[in-house]
Design a protein around this ligand. Sequence first.
Ligand SMILES: Cc1ncc(COP(=O)(O)O)c(C=O)c1O
Length: 57
Amino acid sequence: MGARFPREVLFTSGGTESNNTAIHAAILSRPEQKHTVTSLVEHSSVLTYCRFLEKHR
Ligand SMILES: Cc1ncc(COP(=O)(O)O)c(C=O)c1O
């Protein structure tokens, strides 16, 4: 998992929320990056959020 401190551990309601939180955190951490790359083998929750970002980011 790679957490160094307890405050870096976040419990979520499930896989979809975890995926969305991780993608969102990655985007917030690198605001200068304008593209998010994914692949069609990702879970639909990842693809749905990436398609949302494509339209709304
Ligand atoms: C990789 C992955 N992401 C997301 C989900 C969706 O999880 P949830 O139904 O808890 O939102 C699953 C469910 O199997 C999964 O395997």
